[in-house]
Design a protein around this ligand. Structure first.
Ligand code: ZN
Length: 153
């Protein structure tokens, strides 16, 4: 599934809308349309790969490094109690969109992960604006993390 078929490729091409919070260095980050917590974002490579299992190592590294920068930003700048970084590879693992992505899910309380899914809701424009505001300044940290990979990746 590639190009016109893939929802994330269509978002990246501007054919479908999403709230981007970062774009550059081969990486894009946008808000999950059905967040389970406030600030639930997706980190994706600009290039299409089905899932982590067939993503080239350097591209996978870039995605995880960017996700790690958000974990730090949520924990250290925004006071999140925890953060989940999750990727699902394959339908059996719960993958729904077959374009590699890492979920970054900040945790603002102590609900169990299973309980989190009940909090899944449709993103509103108001919430999207609030999250974009929260994440102001995070792009510098993402750049810094990606640059730390050096020229080989
Ligand atoms: Zn795609």
């Amino acid at each position: 599934m590639e190009g016109s078929e893939c929802i994330f490729c269509r978002i990246l091409k501007g054919e479908l809308t999403a709230y981007f919070v970062y774009r550059g260095n081969g990486i894009a980050v946008f808000l999950d349309k059905y967040p389970v917590t406030k600030g639930h974002i997706l980190v994706v490579p600009e290039e299409h790969y089905e899932s982590v299992h067939n993503t080239p190592p350097c591209t996978a590294a870039r995605v995880w490094i960017a996700a790690s920068a958000y974990a730090r930003f949520y924990r250290e700048k925004l006071g999140a109690l925890g953060v989940n970084l999750i990727t699902n590879s394959g339908r059996a693992a719960g993958q729904e969109v077959f374009h590699f992505h890492v979920h970054v899910i900040p945790r603002w309380d102590y609900r169990r992960l299973s309980g989190l899914l009940s909090g899944r809701h449709m993103l509103t424009e108001e919430e999207a604006r609030e999250v974009a505001e929260m994440l102001k300044g995070s792009e510098h940290l993402v750049d810094e993390y990606l640059e730390s990979l050096g020229s080989e990746c």
